[in-house]
Write a protein that binds this ligand. Structure first.
Ligand SMILES: NC(=O)c1ccc[n+]([C@@H]2O[C@H](COP(=O)([O-])OP(=O)(O)OC[C@H]3O[C@@H](n4cnc5c(N)ncnc54)[C@H](OP(=O)(O)O)[C@@H]3O)[C@@H](O)[C@H]2O)c1
Length: 244
């Protein structure tokens, strides 16, 4: 059993959306300390105000190497790292600006989490029971039309997590990948059914405690994973049909 109570946790993109929902869900679980990491000092201060005894803010852009090195200087113990910060641009793989968007999203979803993970690794190795939780997307399983670069960068994060799982097997560090479907945050516009960020965070923590390494935290992601199990092409066709 993986126990969240009493742990020290770092959440990136903690100032809003799913990151903020993680902060609240972690408080409900009785964690000892939360490092709320983000770019926006004003909204991070509001997060600290939820429980100043437990939450400490760290300003850090996950695409900035200097910020990441400074971040680890402010922490001396860590049990759980949640790489949550993310961006999404509607973009087809063949669009003129696809390379530019893919580079930005790769910095945020792959190189950022990779650098933060490497910087936090000595502290995670010092924990009795540690986890790295990477928030990918159900779009990591198959390239979603109109979110081409986004899907590819989330697939890179999934692959990174799979690699960590093998490399860290001897260090008592779980490497967990989460695949949310559409969730009601600023990142997912449009009039489609969406899960609540609170349920994504709560279901993820329940699954983490039960030992799951690949987490489908909502009904949509569960049903897309079923199609993926039938065959990668089955899911690709389902995504194509959804797009119309
Ligand atoms: N919403 C969905 O439908 C959905 C579905 C699947 C997966 N996800 C994933 O869930 C994660 C959270 O997204 P969300 O839905 O909560 O979106 P959101 O409400 O837009 O929040 C995104 C968060 O990431 C932060 N962020 C973005 N780039 C950053 C950077 N370079 N450095 C530091 N922080 C940065 C944002 O900070 P600022 O406030 O400073 O911009 C914000 O706190 C993302 O990785 C996203 O890809 C979301």
């Amino acid at each position: 059993m993986f126990k969240i109570k009493g742990k020290t946790v770092l959440v990136t993109g903690a100032n809003r959306g799913i990151g903020l929902a993680f902060v609240n869900a972690l408080l409900e679980k009785g964690v000892n300390k939360i490092y709320a990491v983000g770019r926006d000092l004003t909204s991070l201060k509001d997060v600290v105000a939820i429980n100043p005894n437990v939450i400490e803010l760290i300003v850090c852009d996950v695409t900035n190497s200097e910020h990441i090195q400074n971040l680890t200087k402010k922490i001396n113990h860590l049990d759980i790292l949640i790489n949550n910060a993310g961006i999404a641009n509607a973009c087809f793989n063949t669009a003129d600006n696809a390379v530019e968007i893919a580079k930005k999203e790769m910095d945020t979803h792959y190189f950022g989490p990779m650098q933060i993970t490497q910087a936090c690794l000595p502290m995670l190795k010092g924990s009795k029971q540690a986890a790295i939780v990477n928030i990918a997307s159900v779009a990591a399983l198959s390239n979603f039309p109109s979110l081409g670069p986004y899907s590819a960068t989330k697939a890179a994060l999934m692959s990174f997590t799979q690699g960590l799982r093998i490399e860290l097997a001897g260090d008592n560090i779980k490497a967990v990948c989460v695949y949310p479907g559409p969730t009601d945050t600023r990142l997912a516009p449009g009039d489609i059914p969406k899960a609540k960020p609170q349920s994504i965070a709560q279901n993820t923590l329940i699954a983490l405690e039960s030992g799951q390494l690949d987490i489908y935290p909502d009904d949509f992601s569960k049903s897309m994973f079923k199609q993926f199990e039938e065959g990668a092409d089955t899911l690709a066709q389902a995504y194509a049909q959804m797009h119309g």
